[in-house]
Design a protein around this ligand. Structure first.
Ligand SMILES: *Cc1c(COP(=O)(O)O)cnc(C)c1O
Length: 839
C-alpha cells in the first residue's frame, strides 16, 4: 500500500467529523422512523436514556411521558419535513391564519391518533408496564386562548392540515396562558398557569427566525432629488420577535403544517454599562420590559381589555408575522411583491390582528418602496377578516392618542386610508351621518380608532361565523359598509374537528360506529350519516346508550374524585360548560335549577326525573356579575346536594378549571346540552356542535349555529325555545321590564325569592343579579323563563321513554357531520382564499 493510500485509510478511520468532507463517503441520511411497536419500544427506551438521561428502572411517569412524546415527535418530523419540501416544490398558495389565541389543549393523543399509532404505542409501553392513558393525562393543557375563538383557531389549524392546505398559524407564545381556576368558599380564585414549567417538547425554537418590532419614536420625511418624498419610521423602542414552531399533524399524517408562535426578547439582554456601574436591577429592566409583551394572555373574552400592553401584543405578533410572510415570499418569488396575493392569503381571526392592515401598507410603501395604490390593492387582495361578535363592549377601539404614541406611522397610514374611504363613499353619494358611520375614527366619546372598520376596509372578504350572525352583521355593526360594499360580507359557519371531538375524546363511540358502518367515516366524516338508519334499530341504540353510560361513569368518577360528590350515572346529565357570561345565561339555568328544587319538594307526587346539573366555566377576573354567577352555582350546589329530600332526583355540580381536556371528558358524557344564550348574541358557538356530535340532545335558543343545527338535525331531535333575535331586539327597544312576568309566574317568583332571601348563602348576596330581572331584564331571563321551564319538562317526559331518547341521540350524532371544521375550511379555501386543497 502506498504511503498516501495508507494515510488516507488511517484518516478515514480516525477523521474528526469536521474532516469528513475530505473523504469520499456519502453523508449518512437519517432513517425515517418505523411505526411497529418493537421499533417504538426501542426508541422510547433510547429517548429515555439518551435524551432524558434516565434508566427505565428508575424513570418517573413524567420522564416516560417525555420519552414517548419525543419518539412520536420524530415521526411527526419525518412528515413535517416532507410537507415542507412539497410546499417548496408545488409553490401552492399559503394560507396564514393570524390569531391572538390558539386554545390547543394537549397534543400527544391528537398526534398518536392522527398518525395511526394508538395500538403500537400501547403495545410498546406495555413492555415497560407503563399505561399510555395515564401518561396522556400528565401532559399540560396548552391554554393559549380564552374560549371559542381560540379553540376555533386550533380546530382550523388541524383541519387545514387534514384537508391538505398549506396552512400557517401565527400567534403569540404566552408564557402564562389562561389562568387556572380554583373554587374557594364557593368563589372563583385565579391562579397563574405555568404550562412551560417542565419545558415543551412539541416546540422548536427558531432563533434564526427573528424580526425587530418597533414602538414609539418619530416619523421623518426623506426628500431625495427626483424621487417622491418617503416616510421613515424611527421607533424609540425596538424588541425582537423570536419564532417557536409547533408541528400541526393532519389526519393520517399526510400533511404536517406549522404553528409559529412569537416570543418577545430584548435586543440586548443586559445593559452591561449599567450593570458594571452597580445598577444591577436597571441593567435588566429593559429585557424585562421587552419580555413582558408575551408573558400573559389577557383573560377577557367578548370584552375589550383596553390596556396599552394589549395593543403592544397585537402589533407585536402582527408585525412579526407580516415580516415573516414577506421575507418568505421574496425568497421564493424572485423578489417580486406584486404576486403576493396570488401566493398568500392572510385570515384575520377577529380584530386582534387588524393593525396588520396598516402595518402591511407601511412595509409595502415605506420599506419595500411600492406605490400607495398598488400597495392598497395588494393589501385588500391578501387580507380577509372574520368577525366574532356583535356585543358593543367587545368591539375593539383604541384611543387615537395612545395609537399615535405607540404606532405613529401606522396612525398616519390609517388617516390616509380613512381619507380615501371617505372620498369613495362621498363619490357614491353617501351623506354626512352615513359617512361618519364608516369613518375609521370614532369622533364620539374621545377620538378612537375602530379596529373592526380597519379590518373591513383592508379585506376583500369579511365573514360572520353562522348564518344568523352574518345576517345580523349586515344589519348592525357593518350596516353602512355593507351598503357601500355589498359583495364583501359572506357567511362561514364554524365547525369543530371530528378527530379531537369524536375519535380522540370518545373512543367507545368511535369503535361502535366503526363496527356498524366501517371505518370510512374517519376519513370522511359525512359518512357518519350511515348510522342514521340504525336509530330505530333497538340493538344498535342499546349499544349506543351503553357507550354513553360508560362515558358518564367515567365523568362520575372524576366528579367524585375532585369534588367528593356522588352522582348517579343513570340520571340525566344536563350540562352547561362554557365561558361564564350574562349573555350565555348560566343564570337562567340556575334559576330553573332552584325552581326545580322547590317544585320537587312541594310536589313529591309528580314523576320527576333524576338529573345531574353540571356546570363549568371561567369568568373574566374583572367581570363581577359573571363571578357572582359562579358563586351562586356553587351555593346552589352546596345546599341542594346536602338536602336529603331531593337526593335521588337532583344534584348540582360545578367542575372547576374548565379547559380543553375537561371538555374532552365532559362532552361524551352529556345527555343534554344547554345552548341557551339570549338570541342574537352568540355568534355561532362550537360547544353546541361538540355535544351533539357525541349524541347529546340540545336545549337551546334560535341563536348562532343552533339555527343551522335545527335544520340538519331536524326539529324532532332538538329542543328549541324562547324569543327570537328579532323579538329580543324589539323587547329591548320597548324597554320592557321583567317585573310583570315575574309577578305572573309563581314558579319563577318563588325561585327568585329563594335566591334573594338567603336560602343559598347570605340574604342579599345575589340582589344585583335578581334586581336586573325586575329591571330591564336585559338578557331576557324573565322573558324566556316560562318557555325554558316547559321545554325542560318535555325533556323529563322524553327521558322516561329511553327508546325515544336513544333514537334522537343517535340521530344527533348521525346528522352533525356538516359541522366539521373540514367543511368550514374547504369553504374558506374555495370562497375566500382561492387556495388548493389536497396539496
Ligand atoms: C369548545 C370550547 C369552548 C367554546 O364553547 P361555547 O359553548 O361555544 O362557548 C370554550 N372553551 C373550551 C375549552 C372549548 O373546548
Amino acid at each position: 500500500m502506498s504511503s498516501a493510500a495508507e494515510k488516507s485509510r488511517r484518516n478515514s478511520e480516525t477523521a474528526a467529523p469536521e474532516d469528513a468532507g475530505d473523504v469520499a463517503v456519502a453523508a449518512p441520511k437519517p432513517t425515517p422512523r418505523r411505526n411497529d411497536s418493537a421499533s417504538l419500544a426501542k426508541e422510547i427506551a433510547e429517548k429515555l436514556t439518551y435524551a432524558i438521561g434516565k434508566d427505565p428502572a428508575t424513570a418517573r411517569r413524567h420522564d416516560w411521558l417525555e420519552a414517548v412524546t419525543l419518539a412520536v415527535r420524530d415521526r411527526i418530523v419525518d412528515h413535517w419535513l416532507a410537507s415542507n419540501s412539497r410546499n417548496v416544490q408545488s409553490g401552492a398558495k399559503r394560507v396564514c391564519y393570524l390569531s391572538m389565541e390558539f386554545l390547543i389543549g394537549r397534543l400527544l393523543r391528537d398526534a398518536i391518533i392522527n398518525l395511526g399509532l394508538s395500538e403500537a404505542v400501547r403495545d410498546a409501553l406495555s413492555a415497560y408496564d407503563v399505561d399510555i392513558d395515564l401518561l396522556e393525562t400528565l401532559e399540560p393543557d396548552a391554554a393559549l386562548g380564552n374560549g371559542g375563538l381560540g379553540r376555533l383557531a386550533a380546530c382550523f389549524a388541524e383541519s387545514m392540515a387534514s384537508v391538505g392546505i398549506q396552512g400557517f398559524g401565527y400567534g403569540i407564545r404566552y408564557v402564562h396562558g389562561f389562568f387556572r381556576q380554583e373554587i374557594v368558599g364557593g368563589e372563583q380564585v385565579e391562579l397563574p398557569e405555568n404550562w412551560l414549567a417542565h419545558g415543551n417538547p412539541w416546540e422548536f425554537e427558531r432563533r434564526e427566525r427573528s424580526f425587530e418590532i418597533g414602538f414609539g419614536g418619530k416619523v421623518t420625511t426623506i426628500e431625495e432629488a427626483g424621487k417622491p418624498p418617503r416616510q421613515v419610521w424611527r421607533p424609540a423602542e425596538r424588541i425582537l420577535a423570536v419564532a417557536y414552531d409547533t408541528p400541526v399533524v393532519g389526519w393520517k399524517g399526510t400533511r404536517v403544517n406549522t404553528l409559529r408562535l412569537w416570543s418577545a426578547q430584548a435586543l440586548d439582554p443586559i445593559l452591561l454599562d449599567a450593570f458594571n456601574s452597580g445598577d444591577h436591577i436597571g441593567a435588566l429592566l429593559e429585557a424585562n420590559r421587552a419580555q413582558s409583551i408575551t408573558q400573559v394572555l389577557y383573560p377577557a373574552d367578548s370584552h375589550l381589555a383596553g390596556q396599552e400592553l394589549r395593543l403592544r401584543q397585537e402589533f407585536f405578533f402582527s408585525s412579526a408575522s407580516l415580516q415573516d410572510i414577506i421575507r418568505h415570499h421574496l425568497k421564493r418569488n424572485g423578489g417580486d411583491l406584486s404576486t403576493l396575493p396570488d401566493k398568500v392569503s392572510i385570515q384575520l381571526n377577529d380584530t386582534h390582528p387588524a393593525v396588520s392592515v396598516a402595518e402591511m401598507m407601511r412595509l409595502l410603501v415605506d420599506v419595500h418602496g411600492l406605490g400607495w395604490d398598488e400597495s392598497w390593492d395588494i393589501t385588500k387582495r391578501v387580507f380577509s377578516y372574520t368577525n366574532h361578535t356583535l356585543l358593543p363592549e367587545a368591539l375593539e377601539t383604541w384611543p387615537v392618542n395612545l395609537f399615535e404614541r405607540l404606532l405613529p406611522r401606522q396612525m398616519q397610514i390609517i388617516y390616509a386610508i380613512n381619507a380615501q374611504i371617505i372620498r369613495e363613499a362621498t363619490q357614491k353619494g353617501l351623506d354626512g351621518a352615513k359617512v361618519s358611520a364608516i369613518s375609521l375614527i370614532d369622533e364620539g366619546s374621545g377620538r378612537r380608532v375602530r379596529m373592526g372598520s380597519l379590518a373591513f376596509v383592508g379585506s376583500h372578504a369579511i365573514n360572520g361565523v353562522s348564518a344568523l350572525h352574518t345576517e345580523l352583521m349586515k344589519k348592525t355593526v357593518f350596516n353602512q359598509f355593507h351598503e357601500l360594499y355589498p359583495e364583501r360580507i359572506q357567511n362561514k359557519t364554524n365547525g369543530v374537528t371530528p378527530r379531537r371531538w369524536l375519535l380522540e375524546c370518545n373512543p367507545g363511540l368511535t369503535d361502535l360506529v366503526t363496527e356498524a358502518i366501517g371505518p370510512g367515516f374517519k376519513d370522511d366524516i359525512t359518512k357518519i350519516s350511515g348510522i342514521d338508519k340504525l336509530a330505530d334499530d333497538a340493538g344498535f341504540r342499546e349499544k349506543f346508550m351503553a357507550v354513553k353510560l360508560a362515558n358518564k361513569q367515567r365523568l362520575a368518577k372524576t366528579i367524585e374524585e375532585r369534588l367528593a360528590i356522588t352522582v348517579d350515572p343513570t340520571a340525566m346529565f344536563d350540562v352547561q360548560v362554557k365561558r361564564i357570561h350574562e349573555y350565555k345565561r348560566q343564570f337562567l339555568n340556575l334559576v330553573e335549577t332552584v325552581a326545580l328544587y322547590d317544585q320537587i319538594r312541594s310536589h313529591p307526587e309528580i314523576a320527576w326525573q333524576p338529573r345531574v346539573k353540571i356546570f363549568a366555566g371561567k369568568a373574566a377576573p374583572s367581570y363581577a356579575n359573571a363571578k357572582q354567577i359562579i358563586h351562586l352555582a356553587n351555593d346552589v350546589a352546596r345546599v341542594i346536594n346536602a338536602d336529603p329530600s331531593v337526593q335521588n332526583l337532583l344534584k348540582v355540580v360545578f367542575l372547576p378549571n374548565y379547559n380543553v381536556s375537561l371538555a374532552e371528558l365532559i362532552m361524551p358524557a352529556a345527555d343534554l346540552s344547554e345552548q341557551i344564550s339570549t338570541a342574537g348574541l352568540e355568534a355561532s358557538g362550537t360547544g353546541n356542535m361538540k355535544f351533539a356530535l357525541n349524541g347529546a340532545l340540545t336545549i337551546g335558543t334560535l341563536d348562532g349555529a343552533n339555527v343551522e343545527m335545527l335544520e340538519h338535525i331536524g326539529e324532532d331531535n332538538i329542543f328549541i325555545f324562547g324569543l327570537t333575535a328579532a323579538e329580543v331586539a324589539a323587547r329591548r327597544a320597548e324597554g320592557q321590564s321583567g317585573r310583570e312576568i315575574i309577578d305572573a309566574s309563581p314558579i319563577l317568583k318563588g325561585a327568585l325569592d329563594s335566591i334573594s332571601h338567603g336560602v343559598f348563602g347570605e340574604p342579599g348576596r345575589y340582589n344585583n343579579l335578581v334586581d336586573n330581572l325586575y329591571g330591564n331584564d336585559w338578557w331576557m331571563i324573565a322573558a324566556d323563563f316560562e318557555a325554558y321551564w316547559q321545554t325542560q319538562r318535555r325533556l323529563d317526559a322524553l327521558w322516561q321513554d329511553s327508546d325515544a331518547w336513544g333514537t334522537k341521540a343517535v340521530r344527533n350524532t348521525a346528522r352533525m357531520a356538516w359541522f366539521s371544521s373540514d367543511r368550514s375550511i374547504r369553504e374558506y379555501a374555495k370562497d375566500i382564499w382561492d387556495a388548493p386543497t389536497s396539496v
